[in-house]
Design a protein around this ligand. Structure first.
Ligand SMILES: Nc1ncnc2c1ncn2[C@@H]1O[C@H](COP(=O)(O)OP(=O)(O)OP(=O)(O)O)[C@@H](O)[C@H]1O
Ligand SMILES: [Mg+2]
Length: 397
């Protein structure tokens, strides 16, 4: 799933609100937000919101002077690629339609219309908005890794999945053929830096102390690179409250990461803080690492329900760690699969020696234990990700 197209509707007319809601209802990649007021009564917050959305839709009467000057004000602050759509009476004179376009409106759509007709008319703008977004660079694939319980191996999976997504030609030709970032959002207990022998970075702490927005430039300056070519954003050295960063910053961060890398792997914190939502909404896939014990399977089910509540189309992979794929599934495996309504496709065997030397050396499993089945199975997981979600998959609506 590529990043959703954000649409802001400005209207105090229920008829308009309903029509636009119906027109966009079946589109999982569209996020509609409504501002219940007329264009002419926009305040500073709404103008700011307009600047942050891909598409801004408003109902207007181009004969109304206040409307026209409000649209001009919106236009002065508009986002670089945002699209303005005005809904206006079907019979407006040409001169008025032209005045709207001079004020910065990209298209005037006739109103009233049925939801279907409006959907058809908006289609082209949704396609354009998706194109605009990917035009800013890459449109990488985002995979978030969550855990059913502490210590289950989520960081091991995240770090080594990222490593194996580098897709090297061979063990002997180390240069990667694509770009991969691993990001530690387990701000308080994150160990990604330790796993890869990268010193803690202060980037994420910066977000807490200032009004910093982690855009592309910030990402390029803040990420470290391992000898193997993996981009890394570690958790900070000092303790940081989870609420110190906000959802908007995390959304900007994920956006900037995906526009600068082919694959982005995110190690999530155990706590479900509010800024998890933009990660989930923008992830192409979530991997939940678990074992097949009853408490872990129940926790996995709860996590899946939490993720799916706002993102019903989200792809979730269940990764069974510390267990090799059984020849025949036992009764408790079948029961677990039933509870999760999912087949277990990914089994990672227990290999204490390989896991231990990876941590001791601060290197990925592919370097310290290339022949371990643990390494090979994470490799298979990476291959499956690449075939399901090819890098740079273009945004589509
Ligand atoms: N398949 C495995 N076989 C053996 N040891 C493993 C395996 N997977 C992970 N480990 C080891 O288990 C320990 C915990 O792993 P890891 O830190 O990846 O878990 P986590 O779920 O991220 O934990 P936390 O709750 O601390 O974030 C580490 O020492 C790791 O090397
Ligand atoms: Mg961890």
């Amino acid at each position: 799933m590529a990043k959703a197209t954000s649409v802001l509707l400005i209207s105090d007319d229920n008829g308009v609100t309903n029509a636009v809601t119906v027109a966009l209802a079946d589109r999982p990649r569209v996020r509609l937000q409504s501002e219940n007021r007329s264009v002419s009564s926009l305040n500073g917050t709404a103008v700011q919101m307009a600047a942050e959305n891909d598409i801004v839709v408003f109902a207007t009467d181009p004969g109304n002077r206040d409307d026209m000057s409000a649209i001009k004000a919106l236009n002065e602050r508009r986002g670089e690629n945002s699209i303005f759509l005005a809904l206006a009476d079907r019979d407006i004179p040409l001169a008025r339609a032209r005045a709207l376009s001079d004020a910065g409106v990209d298209d005037v759509l006739p109103f009233p219309v049925t939801g279907d007709e409006l959907a058809r008319q908006m289609e082209r703008w949704l396609v354009k908005a998706a194109g605009n977004r990917s035009g800013g660079g890459k449109d990488g694939t985002v995979i978030a890794v969550a855990q059913a319980r502490g210590g289950i191996g989520a960081t091991t999976v995240a770090v080594n999945l990222a490593d194996q997504l580098l897709v090297r030609k061979s063990r002997f030709r180390r240069e990667p053929s694509n770009s991969v970032a691993i990001v530690d959002l387990d701000l308080q207990f994150g160990a990604v830096g330790d796993f890869l022998d990268v010193d803690p970075q202060e980037g994420l702490m910066q977000l807490a102390t200032g009004d910093v927005m982690p855009d592309q430039m910030w990402v390029e300056q803040s990420l470290a690179e391992t000898a193997g070519g993996l981009s890394v954003l570690t958790a900070p050295a000092d303790f940081m409250p989870l609420e110190a960063i906000n959802a908007k910053q995390i959304e900007t961060l994920v956006d900037a990461l995906r526009s600068t890398h082919d694959y982005v792997v995110i190690d999530l914190p155990r706590a479900l803080v509010d800024w998890i939502e933009p990660v989930v909404a923008n992830a192409d896939e979530i991997a939940v690492v678990t074992d097949t014990t009853v408490p872990s399977i129940r926790a996995t089910r709860r996590l899946m329900d939490f993720f799916l509540a706002d993102n019903p189309g989200l792809a979730i992979e269940v990764v069974v760690n510390h267990e090799k794929r059984p020849m025949m599934q036992a009764a408790h495996h079948k029961e677990a699969a039933r509870v999760l309504e999912k087949k277990f496709d990914i089994w990672l065997p227990h290999d204490a020696k390989a896991a231990r030397s990876a941590v001791d050396f601060g290197k990925p499993l592919s370097e310290v234990a290339p022949r371990s089945d643990l390494t090979k199975n994470i490799g298979a997981m990476a291959k499956a990700v690449v075939s399901r979600l090819p890098m740079g998959e273009r945004a589509s609506v």
